[in-house]
Design a protein around this ligand. Sequence first.
Ligand SMILES: Nc1ncnc2c1ncn2[C@@H]1O[C@H](COP(=O)(O)OP(=O)(O)OP(=O)(O)O)[C@@H](O)[C@H]1O
Length: 607
Amino acid sequence: MSTSVLPDNTETPIAAAPTRRTVWRRFLRNPQALISAIGLLLIIGAVIAAPLLTGASPTGGSITDAFGPARAGHPLGFDAAGRDVWARLLYGGRASLGGAVIALVVALAVGAIAGLIAGYYRGYLDQIANWVFNLLMSLPAMVVLLASRAVVGPSTWVLMFVLGILAAPAYFRLVSGIVSAVSGELYVDAAKVSGLPDWRIMGRHILAVVRGPVLVQTALVAGIAIGLQAALEFLGIGSGEAFSWGGMLNDAFQVIGQQPHLIVAPALALGLTNAFLVLLASALRDVLEQDNAVPTKPSKKAVPPATVTGEPQEPTGDQVSERGALLSIRGLRVAYGEGTQEVVHGIDLDIAAGEVLGLVGESGSGKSQTAFSILDILPRGGVVTGGSLMVEGQEITAISRSARRALCGRVLGYIPQEPMSNLDPAFTIGAQLIEPVQQVLGLSRSQSRERAKELLAAVEIHDPERVMKLYPHQISGGMAQRVLIAGAISCDPKLLIADEPTTALDVTVQAEVLALLRRLQKDRDMGVLLVTHNLGVVADIADNVAVMRRGRIIEYGGVRDILTNPQDPYTQKLLDAVLDDAPTRPAWQPGTKQVDHLAEPLPGAVT
Ligand SMILES: Nc1ncnc2c1ncn2[C@@H]1O[C@H](COP(=O)(O)OP(=O)(O)OP(=O)(O)O)[C@@H](O)[C@H]1O
């Protein structure tokens, strides 16, 4: 990940973007992909254009032509019943390929959609779907197909429908596995917090990752469906009415002793179609592979244990200010492992409109869990097990998921810790800014575009038009964070939750981003919950501070009080750490002149 010091209008060299155009270019440069695709297109084209390629009837024939040789208009001669082999080959492909299409549509509709929903929502839905698809997988396919034929009669279409159901578990497993990994990605959390509804997130951010592997799987399943259908016809247990390549094989097999060449045409048609499908699947895998690397969400489990001594205290009524109008948290508890591992132990916090509250503490103290609880993006397994979360006087733990999502964007904005992981690599910066604005504010596409440009200008990106067209990997870390800030304020939220917004950036860019945050907060009079481990950052921007340790608030008050007169030894150690980290700054002494903390830096402040 780039964390260049060049913040925005940088001339960073632009690497090849994983755009659709790039994928196409790779596809066209891959001979295997090209040859197999052209081969398949020719076969499908010939089957569709059968009436143009032959004037002969595939069914009618004269016994006088039986086993007749090729002649003008009949390039492959005649079969045992005097029917034109070329016409039967062309029309027979309709049943073979059409059957495969039915099986694919059914398998995709059942397996892929179920996989998408189960992988995204997990929980009971996932468990039930897994159970059903495991059951389906355990059924012997041939026996089920024979049983269905016995029940519904010899219809290719019904058999292909049943085959589709039997192929659905393969799609389910593939899609649910990928979706479950992708839905934990930070950029999906960012999309949720920007107020996008689930269907939109699934359609845009998740399908983009799933479609490559699904395409590969589809080529393979199509080959299997065509082969299986031919096998059923060859065994004479397919459709009685429709003729197909498998049926032709069966007919040719009956007379293999007299006219062995009759088996060549249908065998070649089947063999070539399947070979092209398999080759296409493997070429597609090569072409798409480079774009499907899923960035992994940094594990929140590997947080180092607390290193500072001193027992945490329960929050007292005195430490907590009056219940704020914008955000009010009481007794918040967060736990993992079905409630057994509590990581936040009943904390209280308040933020009034226009107030900046710094939530500080060392790594693993529970700051992010607190922020994620408000935003409803706790990592998998994390639940709010107790307490009250009120936003603008509304208890948000009691409202529906969609009502909660609706709060995001308009009321709550989120600036995440890792700028690059929070942007979807598959979409341009412009697309990622326009979408939430369009959805949440209901603006037209052109209005949203204008707004996106204004937002980029507001976060001091000097060439919004150009930046809108770039992909995340083409911008620096500092610029990515500015883009995320633009996204966070895009729908004018009242409360901004910034989780370590500068940690992933280098020092120069940190200072710029902090200054930007400070300006936007003042201009827009937003409440801000600033999560950080750095008291210096808090000194720079916050009105009040809550010091968190081991899932509890151990000190809470005005920034100046806490920084000048820390009561808890742990706070003192955090403060010492800031001062230790800032050797070039003059040491801060208690009792220096009282100033507006936004105007003049406090000890260790990042300016
Ligand atoms: N997915 C998870 N499963 C189990 N425990 C978790 C998970 N995520 C976080 N935790 C635990 O929750 C506690 C609080 O973590 P949290 O992420 O809130 O810390 P933090 O103060 O934000 O630290 P950092 O600044 O490093 O993110 C830690 O003990 C951590 O191990």
